[in-house]
Design a binder for this molecule. Structure first.
Ligand SMILES: [Zn+2]
Length: 314
């Protein structure tokens, strides 16, 4: 009695994974500091200390008069510390006003702050989805390793069995005892095949889950990147304006993002009030652009000190 047993091999399809996630880097704004209008050098008082008071402090800036005055004092003191003399003095009766005037510049700053907070939230969501994607990737590769091991074992077993069946068939058939063993092995191979199918399904499901996450992340990231470039176009590239102004009769600041840059802007305008023009060093307080200065610990650079020396220390 002969018995030929043929088992088919198993085909598994693995879906490819698209994992590109791109982020655009935020660009920080450049802000120009107000120039001293021509002729204002003549308005610089000849007697020191110059008296000043606080004028308009628009409540939309969200800073109290007291806090503003503190920052004004800190700003003017930076010049005085370096010179060892008093250039400015707070006097509520003075008619030299230091103002915080609200217009479309600060309005845009507030809009930009809101827009950036929204973008930051969305970036966090994308990053946590990416973490989920990476976890799913771990699960997927664990299942893939298991699948490959099971598949290799299955193939080996199947080959061994088919060879045995072939051998017996060539001898004209297997005796009943061998035939029963082969039948038993055929049953176990069938069970192994079912287990392998189950692993294949699990693996393909894990791949699908990961792909779905990749698609979600990619689509959110595409939209996010588009919104970042819109943000940059709206609030960064097109945003070059005068942040503050000294006009010989007072100082007005129109825009600030944080107290630190407000303080530096005030230092800059007090520099104009001392009669100083702009200098070339980007880190200098008297540079026309508020960008490279140390905002957290603002200090006069050599270029700023040179201005003081030229004017007061001859
Ligand atoms: Zn300036």
């Amino acid at each position: 009695m002969s018995q030929r047993i043929i088992l088919s091999s198993v085909l598994v399809c693995i879906i490819s994974i698209r994992s590109r996630v791109a982020f655009t880097v935020f660009v920080l704004p450049f802000i120009y500091l107000g120039c001293q209008p021509g002729g204002s050098r003549l308005n610089v008082p000849s007697s020191y200390p110059m008296k000043y008071t606080v004028g308009e402090v628009d409540p939309r800036f969200g800073i109290s008069r007291e806090r503003f005055l503190t920052l004004v004092r800190e700003a003017e003191t930076k010049w005085e510390e370096s010179a060892g003399t008093s250039f400015f003095e707070y006097d509520p009766t003075s008619n030299f006003f230091v103002n915080l005037t609200f217009d479309e510049r600060q309005e845009r700053t507030l809009e930009a702050r809101q827009a950036k907070a929204t973008l930051n939230d969305r970036e966090s969501s994308i990053r946590s989805l990416m973490a989920e994607y990476n976890l799913a990737g771990g699960e997927q590769s664990r299942l893939k390793t298991r699948y490959e091991a099971e598949l290799a074992a299955f193939k080996e077993r199947l080959d061994r069995h088919n060879t045995a069946v072939g051998d017996w068939n060539r001898k004209g058939g297997a005796p009943p005892e061998e035939f029963a063993k082969l039948r038993e092995e055929e049953k176990r191979i069938h069970e192994a095949r079912l287990a392998l199918d189950k692993t294949t399904i699990d693996l393909n499901e894990a791949v699908s889950r990961q792909n779905a996450l990749a698609e979600k992340v990619n689509s959110l990231a595409d939209q996010f990147n588009l919104d970042v470039s819109l943000y940059n176009g709206r609030f960064v590239e097109s945003r070059e304006f005068e942040q503050g102004l000294y006009d010989g009769k007072g100082i007005t600041v129109y825009q600030f993002t944080e107290e630190s840059d407000l303080r530096v802007a005030l230092m800059h305008e007090f520099g104009h009030a001392l009669g100083f023009e702009h200098v070339e060093t980007p880190e200098a307080i008297m540079h026309r652009r508020l960008e490279k200065q140390d905002m957290q610990n603002p200090a006069l650079t050599d270029d700023d000190l040179r201005l003081l020396k030229e004017k007061f220390m001859n």
